[in-house]
Write a protein that binds this ligand. Structure first.
Ligand code: FAD
Ligand code: NAP
Ligand code: SF4
Length: 676
């Protein structure tokens, strides 16, 4: 059997999980839509059908103060429980188990009625919480129990009590957020009382044959978090209180350390769970940046944990487990950790989906139907848009030819994957390449296509991407100047002092590439990358008495002096994604990259790049100037196609280059391919 450790059943005494794969909790936004139970059922059913052993739902609030946002879903009554039956029945039909995450956000609630152990505002929330009274605490404990009872009624197999990421229970546990002087604060025994009382109350109401997972913050990554001895002591008390499984929590939401972004090496935190193995008898789950069945299997095989939780990988591919079990891991659409269509959506109130799988969370709305009129279709450009269009057109029964001037698929993703911390992007190319082969798409590489080549096709999807913009700066053709493409592809080398014109996504990536001093491996699971990541961010997974597992960051000596420039005034990187932009900015700051806004470009000559800020002239004495000044659509085939009367549709960068990213490219190409 492939992946024997991962796919081995786990007997919990009163119930058996068919494998060791947990789909971790994700707030998809579906929870917030009234009467969306059918949509949630379809979403979870697809993952259950895809082979997952145990699913944890998005967080549900036990009472009104605990919601993520005002008006968020509360799971406290029988009417709601009856509505959930459609979800549990759909999942159980495929032999999987499903538990509800009980989430009390405490001081993270984005509402005016928030409560917390102490009235201390979170740095990531504008609202200050009210300190909970004894009555509040008692009521909240019984609200958790009531919620668990409703989960029993709805047919759920259990609950996951969210005790990490800096939410309410975690806020009681940590000195950082608990400054009470009554029996719920002060000494460690008092601070963990709330967690234990919640578990005991839930166990008492839900009975013995009910899974209780406790998500325990094993590494807070904030000052004033727990010591390791406290974490272990709490785990032992949780076991005694009736917890069935302990899940690993890593980092509070307010932590200034990226813990799940693509820059985090694969399985970066399983060593933390490993330290807990043997301290308790109940099974442990490891988490964070595990997106591959071989990595997950190895985690269990080397004794880091008993089970593995993966969340976003199930957005990217609902069939993850079945494909692994069939010995076909190369067909898995791998989560690349970008957060662009999942967490970044949730933070602005949009429904979660997935950059590499735009069908995720839209299972009921979008159906792939076979065409009734199969035709010869040409797709020009094998970047993300072209790959998505070609595969879906072929899947629907069209006869598809995919052309690219380059030697293989990928387009600009071939550049993205060369940026340290974006190695995962290569997985998307592997996935599409295999899918195109399986669907027998006619692949024509090294073929720069002209309009004449496209005669005879019923329709052409033009996915020709972009042309990098060349700004009209005096001296822009000076030998010091290079395009980001030549630089990333290694045709041009950067000197020791570099100016980057343009601080969009690509400017930041080029700054990352040129400032990266640590040893580097192209393997996203490499121990070399792991060590460099831990040092740069000051993470100590072997922490003892130091609270929170933080240590002083160790920055390698700078390899270059870099200036990252933009014409706009204000902070650089403002347009970067919410969940990852702050970390990318912080990393460049740690590496002493100069970030200048409000720049006027005067000229480039042998002396360097001449600029002015607020009218003050200066010369940046640089060896290299890299141009990352945005992009324009590549539409050189349009005129010819119009002249020949060949029908075409523009997608991706060829359609609109401004603010283009792969999420839009793939989603738009998918929509077009569903229509043709
Ligand atoms: P492209 O990827 O540009 O592909 C166009 C293809 O068309 C090319 O392969 C080209 O060879 C081919 N072509 C053009 N004309 C012809 C012709 N006449 N005949 C044959 N073939 C032709 N996006 C994100 O979402 N997240 C990121 O983190 C991210 N990071 C990036 C990092 C870097 C360094 C770069 C450069 C880009 C990054 N992007 C990122 C942007 C992302 O790669 C693009 O948005 C995406 O590739 C656009 O897809 P596309 O299919 O429209 O075009
Ligand atoms: P971009 O994000 O639009 O940034 C272009 C930069 O160039 C801006 O800083 C802009 O700032 C500057 N600029 C524009 N016109 C200029 C001119 N004429 N002269 C000088 N400077 C000029 O584009 P990009 O960096 O090329 O990225 C392309 C797309 O890829 C982006 O839309 C992005 O979404 C995507 N991408 C995403 C990621 C990611 O991590 N999500 C990473 C890389 C790329 P000023 O006008 O203020 O100077
Ligand atoms: Fe993974 Fe990106 Fe998809 Fe989110 S959007 S599930 S991070 S690939």
């Amino acid at each position: 059997m492939p992946y024997p450790h991962l796919l081995k059943p786990l007997d919990l005494g009163f119930t058996t999980l068919k494998n060791r794969v947990i789909m971790g909790s994700m707030h998809t936004g579906l929870e917030d839509i009234a009467n969306s139970h059918k949509r949630m059922a379809a979403f979870y059913e697809a993952r259950a059908k895809g082979g997952c052993g145990l699913i944890v739902t998005g967080g549900f609030a036990p009472n009104k103060e605990s919601v993520v946002v005002q008006g968020g879903p509360i799971f406290d009554n029988e009417i709601e429980a009856q509505k959930h039956r459609i979800i549990t029945e759909a999942v159980h039909a495929h032999g999987a188990k499903i538990v509800v995450q009980l989430l009390h956000t405490g001081r993270y609630a984005y509402s005016k009625n928030l409560v917390a152990p102490s009235a201390i505002k979170a740095p990531i929330n504008p609202y200050t919480p009210r300190e909970m009274t004894e009555e509040d605490i008692q009521r909240t404990i019984s609200d958790y129990a009531q919620c668990a009872a409703m989960c029993v009624l709805a047919g759920y197999d259990g609950v996951e009590i969210m005790g990490s990421e800096g939410y309410l229970i975690n806020q009681f546990i940590a000195l950082r957020t608990n400054q009470r002087t009554d029996r719920w604060g002060g000494a460690f025994e008092n601070r963990i009382r709330f967690a234990l009382e919640v578990v005991r109350a839930v166990r008492a109401r839900a009975g013995q044959n009910f899974i209780i997972i406790f998500r325990l913050s094993m590494l807070d990554l904030v000052e004033g978090g727990s010591t390791w001895d406290e974490v272990v002591a709490l785990a032992k008390e949780l076991e005694k209180a009736g917890v069935s499984i302990i899940n690993t929590g890593i980092g509070w939401h307010e932590a200034r350390v990226p813990t799940i972004a693509t820059m985090v090496p694969r399985a970066a935190y399983t060593a933390v769970t490993r330290r807990m193995m043997g301290q308790v008898k109940i099974p442990l789950i490891s988490t964070n940046r595990i997106n591959d069945p071989a990595v997950a299997d190895a985690v269990i095989a080397r004794g880091d944990s008993d089970l593995v939780s993966m969340a976003r990988p199930f957005l990217a591919d609902a069939e993850f487990v079945n494909k692994a079990a069939a010995g076909r891991p190369e067909t898995i659409n791998t989560c690349i950790g970008c957060n662009q269509a999942c967490l970044d959506h949730v933070l602005v109130g949009n429904i979660t989906s997935c950059l590499v799988n735009p069908f995720a969370c839209h299972e009921l709305e979008v159906q792939v139907e076979a065409t009734t009129t199969p035709q010869r279709m040409a797709v020009v450009g094998a970047g993300p848009a072209g790959m998505a269009a070609a595969t879906l057109l072929a899947e629907r029964g069209h006869q598809v030819t995919l052309f690219d001037a380059a030697a293989d698929v990928g387009g600009q993703f071939n550049l993205a994957r060369k940026i340290p911390g974006k190695e995962e992007f290569g997985e998307t190319l592997r996935y599409f390449r295999n899918r195109l082969d399986a669907l027998k798409v006619d692949l024509q590489f090294n073929r720069p296509v002209s309009a004449d080549d496209l005669k005879g096709y019923a329709h052409v999807v033009l996915a020709t991407g972009i042309v990098p913009r060349t700004p009209a700066i005096d001296g822009i053709h000076h030998p010091k100047v290079t395009s980001y493409i030549d630089l990333i592809e290694g045709r041009k080398q950067a000197g020791k002092r570099v100016a980057i014109i343009g601080a969009g996504g690509i400017g930041f990536d080029v700054a990352e590439l040129l400032s990266h001093a640590s040893p580097h491996s192209d393997d996203p699971a490499s121990p070399v990358n792991l060590e460099a990541y831990q040092k740069e961010w000051g993470i100590d997974v072997q922490y003892g008495d130091v609270r929170g597992g933080l240590t002083a960051p160790q920055m390698p000596a700078a390899v270059r002096e870099i200036w990252l420039l933009q014409r706009k005034t204000g902070k650089l990187g403002e347009g970067l994604a919410r969940t990852t932009g702050w970390a990318r900015r912080l990393l460049l700051q740690k590496r002493d990259v100069h970030m200048l806004g409000g720049v006027e470009y005067r000229k480039i000559d042998d002396a360097g790049l001449h600029i002015a800020i607020d009218g003050k002239e200066q010369v940046l004495d640089v060896d290299t100037v890299v141009v990352c000044a945005g992009q324009d659509p590549r539409r050189d085939l349009v005129q010819g196609l119009d002249a020949l009367g060949i029908a075409y549709t523009l997608v991706g960068g060829a359609d609109v280059a401004a603010e283009l990213d792969a999420k839009r490219a793939i989603a738009q190409a998918t929509e077009v391919a569903l229509e043709l």
